[in-house]
Design a protein around this ligand. Structure first.
Ligand code: ROI
Length: 165
């Protein structure tokens, strides 16, 4: 069975844009998995502690034969390969990969909660997700459509990045 997974990517250390571009390529090379589409990249102000660099964020769509927990293992291994530094909770990091959605499933285990519990409150997730999926309603999450949710959470702290000079 093939499943569709949506992954949130974020980085704010060591050339975050290059981290995300490498991560998108690496997602496409995961076993039994293709990266089918991804959003544009956004520069975003940190949510949480402000004394850290701005983030670069994006969302990728995967088609995978992996189970949710097997995919989580792969995402965590990728974070390690990017030598994720995590100096403190909610502090800066080289690469953060969040499993946002897995088909229309809701999953609650000690290691993994899907849909990602914070996604609806985060413009840096909802804007790229809405760009990627269009205004469609996420019926498992909300009666509102995705575009309305994205507009509700975004302030002026997100900046679409153009092509690298
Ligand atoms: N803030 C932004 N803008 N982007 C992130 O990816 C991000 N990730 C986090 C916290 C620390 C919550 N803040 C963030 O984990």
């Amino acid at each position: 069975m093939i499943s569709t997974a949506l992954i949130g990517l974020g980085a704010n250390l060591d050339n975050p844009r290059a981290q995300l571009e490498r991560a998108l390529e690496a997602l496409d090379r995961l076993p039994l998995t293709d990266c089918t589409r991804y959003s544009r990249l956004y520069a975003s102000k940190p949510v949480g502690p402000q004394d850290q660099p701005d983030y670069v964020n994006a969302v990728a769509e995967l088609h995978t034969h992996l189970s949710p927990l097997a995919l989580l293992d792969q995402l965590q291994a990728l974070e390690q390969q990017h030598r994720r530094v995590r100096l403190r909770h909610w502090g800066p990091r080289t690469l953060d990969l969040d499993l946002l959605l897995f088909d229309d499933r809701s999953i609650v285990t000690p290691r993994l909660v899907v849909p990602h519990p914070e996604m609806l409150n985060r413009g840096f997730v909802m804007r790229p997700l809405a760009d990627l999926l269009g205004p469609q309603k996420l019926s498992s999450l909300s009666n509102e459509n995705l575009e309305m949710l994205a507009q509700r959470v975004e302030g002026d702290d997100l900046l679409p990045l153009g092509p690298q000079e």
